[in-house]
Write a protein that binds this ligand. Structure first.
Ligand code: SME
Length: 167
């Protein structure tokens, strides 16, 4: 499937849940038949960023193959971001270490939150678990406080399940 086949205008009036339900099958079609991780992760974050207007930054951090306690910046959409994050530090590193999704309503209240963009107000991080280890995290920031909720968590976790084969 060509990315040009996704008509983002058709999604404008849908609710958050309807948008996820519309876009997840489209992402599956988009990555089907392509094994390259970088290409697929790049297209996934592009679709997400251009679907959800409350997203400020969306990207993957991948566990470094050599330094296994570090996440290194992968495909993303948005402004220049921190290149490396340590497991256990910040929202990404904490989600990577705990192997669970973290939803942060107010980034100022998350101990150790790492600012890559001062405009960021809330954040969700969903880890990719492969063979019991965190292989990557999907990190999304919003410029709006409390932008992410259980709907984002449910559908982004569903999406991440579909990408595990790439890692
Ligand atoms: N806020 C993240 C750092 C990554 S940037 O948001 C892109 C954190 O605390 O881990």
């Amino acid at each position: 499937m060509m990315s040009g086949e996704i008509d983002f205008r058709e999604l404008t009036d849908l609710s958050k849940e309807e948008k996820y339900r519309a876009v997840l099958p489209q992402i599956s079609s988009l990555i089907k038949g392509e094994e390259n991780k970088t290409a697929n992760l790049a297209n996934i974050v592009s679709v997400l960023k251009y679907t959800f207007d409350y997203y400020l930054w969306a990207g993957f951090y991948l566990t470094d193959e050599q330094r296994k306690d570090e996440l290194v910046l992968g495909p993303f959409q948005g402004k220049v971001a921190c290149t490396r994050l340590k497991f256990g530090n910040g929202v990404c590193g904490t989600a990577a270490e705990r192997k669970e999704t973290i939803v942060v309503e107010d980034v100022n209240l998350f101990p150790g939150h790492i600012f890559c963009d001062t405009e960021s107000k809330s954040e969700i991080v969903v880890p990719v678990i492969k063979k019991g280890r965190t292989a990557a995290v999907l990190d999304i920031d919003s410029g709006i406080s409390g932008a992410f909720d259980d709907t984002d968590k449910k559908y982004l976790e569903e999406l991440i399940k579909k990408t595990e084969y790439l890692f």
